[in-house]
Write a protein of this length. Structure first.
Lengths: 165, 760
């Protein structure tokens, strides 16, 4: 099969890769771009380990074909920190033990990040909905919920909105 | 000792930043120049004779660097966990769907797939042996020719069971069945093999036992172990299934054959078809008691479907039998443990090692008994529960058993057990609510008579930073954090000053496998011992320099302290002086777990003697129309001895319960004639976030006196164990229907006995 060029933005950087059109975004990220932070837990859309942001929305990157992201912008786990500063979620995930083995974490974190981008005061229900497709075999999800709540509180405080709680 | 600054505190894991930024490298993330793609060809049949195996076409394909079959293995063609009976690559007969017949290494995935397709195999399908009860019959066709299908049959007896049963007021007999359960660690098994500079083989391995891997790889390559190195990168979960070797041996073989680095990662389907599952068991169980509810005897026959190969069947059945009586005082116990070969999936370690099956049985039976006697489930458990000093039927004396009843009482208090009848039991016409409890024990450590040791190497550099080398694999359970905390605590430095090198057999001493909830104890003690050696040198030097008596000195928060007050000398200053004056700040330790010698009548082989006690209570809602069971509340009270790392302890409990809920309600590999029907995360149903209620937990800290660092004990296995029976008992309470088979799916919950009354 011939390869084709795909141009898109990853974590703020414009990139151009050449890949067979049946390769998934997950494959392109890991194989072509060496962004191995995003994980493969099933290759079939069932685990969420491969979640990335595609044009502002979380998607299973194993279910998206490379050519579909032409001209789009993608954020992966490697892109959550800005200027060397961790996103509050990245810190709270560590502090609350929201992971053990950490293999679900890249996808889980991106799903939670997507939630907080839209909603910095999510209810437990909303957090569960955001991570409903993220399988974690280690933690039982409790600490993930805690980590999101803490990060949300920090984000609100940073915006000066902490007073309305 | 002064109050802990680090031990017992919430602290992020060393490596947390790598994980949250995506930098942590797991086997699939390893990239090397010239890395080939390795693949295995698995059997499409549950049982077949190989009539022809021709790899010449595949070998001659462009881009293919190695194709190997059994004939190309330089050394032993077998895994070696307990018995060398599972081939790495099958010689003449495939015996289950996960048997591998050939391995290839090619320039990329597509070429590797094409090479697999070009391998010519002619199978002659043979009638398989799938029913363990039939396989046990004399004259049954043999799974392995010349070998009895009953691979293990052991009888253990304590007291006089028959006499006790004859004298009992009540006798309850039931047969229980459990399922094949899948560990479903998120990172599939993998290995990266490469030829190293000395001509030896290095393998990156996603495993629980790097030193045992090294032995197995060396054996297969016919190389001295000194020429094989196993490194553990980050590991994405294991739960027992990576205790036994998987493809890391093949990665080594392929790298050796290709003389190039080879990446070998299983796909999810392959993973689910090939690695060991939790043993399905058929357990006949008899309980005898007085009319007051006192247990008199337990009699059990456990039949485990082992699949064709031994794997850890002996160990799993050993633990199942050891705990078959539960955390109860019962003197007359008879347990027969039978492992049977079939052409079904292979079976072995999965969190709890046979104890979850046992607990499902003894805790279900306990509720059946309570019902028969009209007793409260809590009261009957308190009446029979073990205590500190109780001598178990195994002969083991419980050194610290307070937590058995303490956890029961605490859990009952948390859910207001006494008031549970005031809770609405029929919140809607078709809904029934129920409460159930289960309390269990499980040992930590390998068991008496087994080599249960761990070593570490610890070095403090001139700048006060520390490197800790340990062979203990961290699959996510958090041993790296525990070790770093213990070292930091003892040396009076911060966590950020301790670097733990992930297990690497070229650098780290053998710590044995990360299994049986043992590492926090053995490796924990090894770290304390090594840290104390360095601490001693530092304090002796400090005493010399300050002319202050040694026993007034300590190390804390990066400083020397005198009578607890900070002194101007820092640990760094001392480390620098040590470096300059040639005092080595280097320590190695090797710690053996010491079993007490004052228990002459331990009659159970490989008995464990440090116990994890815990109680869980479930509140469930059963939909009588759909059979759907919702876990509304789950209370868990666990004893950790002493929490070194609370984040890790709570994490183990939460994760274990989530697995327990899956084991109870949905998780089951459906195997028909040896063929697994649901080898995917879509069809093997595992709890997702919405399936877990907000867990209500309490951790007791009752210091463990036996071989535990600072009183801490391993707790990794216990959380999964009581969940299924607690849910089962809650369902029984809700719909008045006892279930004897796992998982408790809607089909088994239905029909609900009085469901007629809910319809119009
Ligand atoms: S790898 Fe994409 S959902 Fe599992
Ligand atoms: S932390 Fe291991 S799968 Fe989530």
């Amino acid at each position: 099969m011939g390869e084709m060029n795909i141009e898109f933005n990853v974590n703020g950087k414009q990139v151009r890769v050449s890949a067979e059109p049946n390769k998934t975004l997950l494959y392109v990220l890991r194989g072509n771009l060496g962004l191995t932070g995003t994980k493969d837990g099933c290759s079939s859309g069932d685990c969420g380990a491969c979640v990335v942001m595609l044009d502002g929305r979380p998607v299973n990157s194993c279910m998206v074909l490379g050519p579909q992201v032409e001209g789009s912008s993608v954020v992966t786990i490697e892109g959550l920190a800005s200027n060397g500063e961790l996103h509050p979620l990245q810190r709270t995930f560590g502090e609350t033990w929201a992971f053990q083995c950490g293999f679900c974490t890249p996808g889980m974190l991106v799903s939670c990040y997507a939630l907080l981008e839209l909603n910095d005061h999510p209810s437990r229900e909303e957090i569960l909905t955001a991570i409903a497709g993220n399988f974690c075999r280690c933690t039982g999800y409790q600490a993930v919920i805690k980590a999101v709540e803490q990060a949300a509180a920090e984000l609100r405080a940073a915006k000066g909105g902490a007073g309305n709680d | 000792m002064t109050e802990s600054a680090i031990v017992g505190q919430w602290t992020a894991a060393p490596g947390a930043e790598e994980i949250v930024t995506g930098k942590a490298r797991y086997c699939p993330d390893i990239q090397l120049p010239g890395l080939l793609c390795g693949k295995l060809l698995y059997s499409p049949h549950a049982r077949a004779r190989i009539r022809k195996l021709d790899v010449r076409k595949a070998r001659n394909m462009p881009g293919v660097f190695a194709v190997i079959t059994h004939a190309d293995i330089p050394g032993e063609n077998s895994y070696l966990y307990a018995e060398p009976d599972q081939p790495l690559l099958v010689v003449d007969e495939v015996r289950f769907q996960g048997d591998a017949v050939a391995a290839v290494a090619a320039v990329d995935e597509r070429t590797a797939d094409a090479a697999l397709a070009a391998i010519e195999v002619e199978y002659q399908e043979l009638p398989g042996i799938f029913d363990p009860l039939e396989a046990m019959q004399p004259g049954a066709d043999q799974v392995v020719q010349g070998e009895d299908n009953v691979m293990m049959s052991q009888m253990y007896r304590a007291g006089d069971v028959e006499a006790a049963i004859a004298s009992a007021d009540v006798v309850i007999e039931n047969t229980y069945r459990t399922q094949w359960a899948e560990q479903a660690f998120l990172e599939m098994e993998g290995g990266v093999g490469l030829v190293d500079d000395e001509g030896g083989i290095t393998v990156y391995s996603s495993c629980q036992a790097p030193h045992r891997d090294r032995m197995q790889i060396a054996r297969a390559l016919a190389m001295p172990e000194s020429m094989v190195r196993v490194i553990t990168p980050y590991i994405g979960g294991a739960f027992g299934a990576k205790d036994e070797a998987h493809v890391q041996i093949h990665a080594g073989l392929l790298a050796h054959a290709a003389q190039r680095p080879v990446h070998l990662i299983r796909e999810r389907r392959e993973s689910m078809l090939t690695h060991v599952k939790r043993h399905p068991m058929i357990i006949d169980y008899t309980t005898a008691a007085t009319k007051e509810g006192k247990l008199l005897a337990v009699k059990a026959r456990v039949i485990a479907d082992a699949g064709p190969y031994t794997n850890s069947t002996h160990e799993v059945l050993n633990k199942c039998g050891e705990f078959i009586g539960g955390p109860y005082k019962v003197e007359n116990v008879e347990v027969e443990k039978i492992g049977v070969r079939t052409n079904n999936p292979i079976t072995g370690a999965f969190r709890g090692f046979g104890a979850p099956q046992a607990a499902f049985v003894y805790e279900s039976q306990m509720d059946d008994l309570a019902r028969k006697l009209g007793m409260d489930p809590l009261a009957i458990r308190l009446l029979n529960g073990v205590e500190t000093g109780t001598k178990m039927y195994t002969g083991v004396v419980i050194r610290e058993g307070t937590a058995m009843k303490a956890s029961l009482n605490k859990a009952a208090e948390m859910i207001e057990w006494e008031k549970r009848d005031q809770v609405e039991r029929r919140p809607a016409r078709h809904l029934r609510r129920g409460f159930g409890m289960a309390t269990i024990l499980k040992g930590s450590g390998l068991g008496r008579g087994l080599a249960d040791h761990a070593g570490v190497v610890l070095e403090m550099h001139r700048d006060g930073s520390v490197v800790l080398q340990s062979g203990a694999a961290d699959m996510g359970q958090g041993i790296v954090t525990v070790m770093a905390q213990l070292a930091a605590e003892r040396l009076g430095i911060g966590m950020s000053s301790v670097r733990v090198v992930r297990a690497d057999t070229a650098k780290s001493p053998d710590a044995g496998a990360s299994c049986a909830s043992r590492q926090a104890m053995v490796s924990g003690n090894a770290v304390l011992e090594a840290a104390d050696t360095i601490r001693d040198t530092l304090l002796t030097m400090a005493a010399g320099k300050t002319k202050i008596a040694r026993d007034r000195l300590d190390l804390k928060a990066g400083r020397l302290t005198v009578d607890g007050e900070p002194h101007e000398l820092t640990v760094k200053d001392l480390a620098l002086r040590a470096g300059i004056w040639g005092y080595p700040l280097h320590a190695e330790s090797l710690v053996h777990f010491e079993y007490p010698t004052d228990v002459p009548d331990v009659t159970y082989r490989f008995s464990q003697e440090v116990f994890q006690f815990c109680t869980q209570i479930a509140q469930v809602l059963v939909d009588c129309e759909t059979g759907q069971v919702t876990v509304e509340r789950l209370i868990a009270v666990h004893d950790a001895g002493k929490m070194i790392n609370p984040g890790g302890v709570y994490g183990q409990i939460e994760g274990g319960i989530a697995q327990g809920i899956g084991y109870a309600l949905t998780e089951e590999l459906i195997v028909k004639e040896g063929h697994t029907q649901n080898p995917s995360l879509e069809n093997y149903v595992i709890p997702m976030a919405f399936d877990i209620p907000e867990l209500e937990m309490e951790v007791l800290e009752i210091p463990e006196p036996l071989g535990a660092p600072l009183g801490a004990k391993g707790i990794a296995e216990s959380p999964i164990i009581p969940t299924a029976p607690a849910i089962r008992n809650a369902i029984y309470d809700a719909i008045d229907k006892p279930l004897y088979e796992l998982p408790m799916t809607a089909e088994r919950v239905l029909p609900v006995p009085d469901a007629g009354s809910i319809r119009h």
